[in-house]
Write a protein that binds this ligand. Structure first.
Ligand code: ZN
Length: 429
């Protein structure tokens, strides 16, 4: 049993529906076997659990571990390809790197880089867009199991319009996905996600094989991209001859409560209505949307229709693993939308980066906030003494203000410790 002492901020109640920031200035969290068994004012907690080790985390912020709902395994080294719109960026920056993951030793190294990147950013749970090669995805799951991050991922499949080595067939996509799911779905913290790259590169037969796999792997997730870029959307409309992008997935029964679709920057009202009816979630990836010039995310319209939204880093189009940066960019985006923007407060940013992601991934009974009964998935933000973040935090007017400072000034360099199920992730030195 361990008692963690510090300033704890979390969002057990959804701030989009009236919840407020829960802030405990000098809290004690009692953790046994990875579960939070008591929480309250430190002096009360210490008196109730005498003789147990106290880990002193004062002088920073103890937050829930971040939940990244959209991050690409093969694109760690593609970060920073600035100046291109989506389809050109894919062609020149992302897909050549994706092709390199056919080499298993290369893939193993990138898997280590990905998991290290997540943990260093304070991310403890992630929906990871996998690779086009089954052995690479196998290595990703193995590395996730070794490090301890809660990973939901799968084989990325496509059967047209990409470079040849990234293409598969409907049968092979099913067989390889099934084998990976049998090995990894539900093994430790790993879970399987059926992952067609996007409708642009996936024909109906391939999407039909995705439906079969999703039906055959109980509890599996579905993830893909949607409505990111004008040229992409126009091409998908031409290829399928359907009214909306969402229908390309929905007609194959791929849209449901365990579905997470990335971007949805250019959503129609009809699509938002269907997404809400299906209970599907959207991964909002603000730095990626800005870097590729994809557009400003219509968060108010998602809220109005009741479509759940969480944050994704979307590296390599996104500009790094930090969900602090994504939160800040989400705020910028809404500000730039003027009256159509959603007035995001710091509490919304924390929710989007933690509990909203846990909900999207069906993990809110276990993680997303630091309530009694939840797993101790947490991060300690501790700015370097004398840094601007440190100065700002010490002079914050209150918890909301401290959180605003964290999203404005915090970086991956300020993440001093991370816990998953009460243990520090096993990064290699
Ligand atoms: Zn993506």
């Amino acid at each position: 049993m361990t008692i963690y002492r510090g300033t704890v901020l979390d969002t057990p109640e959804d701030p989009f529906t009236g919840g407020t920031l829960r802030a405990d200035g000098d809290a004690g969290l009692v953790v046994t076997d990875g579960t939070i068994v008591d929480r309250g004012p430190f002096e009360r907690v210490r008196a109730a659990h005498p003789g147990h080790q106290v880990v002193d985390l004062r002088g920073g912020l103890l937050l829930p571990g971040f939940v990244d709902t959209h991050v690409h395994f093969p694109q760690v080294r593609a970060i920073g390809g600035l100046g291109l719109p989506l389809l050109d960026w894919l062609e020149r920056c992302a897909l050549p790197e994706e092709a390199r993951l056919s080499d298993t030793s290369y893939a193993a190294t990138v898997a280590r880089e990905l998991l290290a990147g997540l943990v260093q950013a304070g991310t403890t749970t992630a929906l990871v867009f996998g690779a086009h090669f089954a052995p690479a995805v196998d290595l990703l799951f193995a590395e996730a199991a070794r490090v301890g991050v809660r990973v939901t991922s799968g084989l990325v499949v496509s059967d047209r319009l990409l470079r040849d080595e990234l293409l598969t067939s409907p049968q092979r996509a099913y067989d390889e996905g099934r084998a990976l799911a049998e090995r990894w779905h539900g093994a430790g913290r790993n879970r399987y996600a059926v992952t067609p790259r996007f409708s642009l590169s996936c024909g109906n037969e391939l999407l039909e094989s995705c439906r079969a796999l999703l039906g055959d792997v109980e509890g599996a997730y579905f993830t893909s991209h949607i409505n990111e870029n004008g040229r992409e959307i126009a091409t998908v409309a031409q290829l399928f001859g359907l009214e909306t992008y969402l229908e390309t997935y929905d007609r194959h029964e791929l849209v449901g409560p365990r579905s997470v679709l990335a971007h949805n920057v250019h959503a129609t009202d009809a699509e938002l209505k269907v997404l809400a009816e299906r209970g599907a979630s959207v991964a909002h990836c603000p730095t990626s949307n800005a870097a590729l010039g994809s557009g400003l995310f219509p968060l108010s319209r998602h809220r109005a229709y009741g479509v759940p939204v969480a944050l994704g880093s979307d590296i390599g189009a996104g500009t790094g693993f930090s969900l602090l940066k994504e939160g800040l960019q989400a705020y910028f985006g809404q500000q730039l939308l003027g009256e159509q923007g959603y007035p995001l407060a710091p509490v919304h940013l924390l929710h989007l980066a933690t509990s909203a992601g846990a909900q999207a991934l069906g993990l809110s009974a276990e993680v997303g906030d630091l309530s009694v009964g939840k797993r101790f998935d947490a991060q300690w933000l501790r700015p370097r003494s004398g840094s601007t973040f440190d100065v700002a935090l010490r002079h914050a007017a209150g918890p909301e203000d401290a959180l605003a400072k964290a999203f404005t000034l915090g970086t991956t360099g300020d993440v001093a410790s991370v816990w998953i199920d009460g243990d520090n992730p096993a990064l290699s030195s």
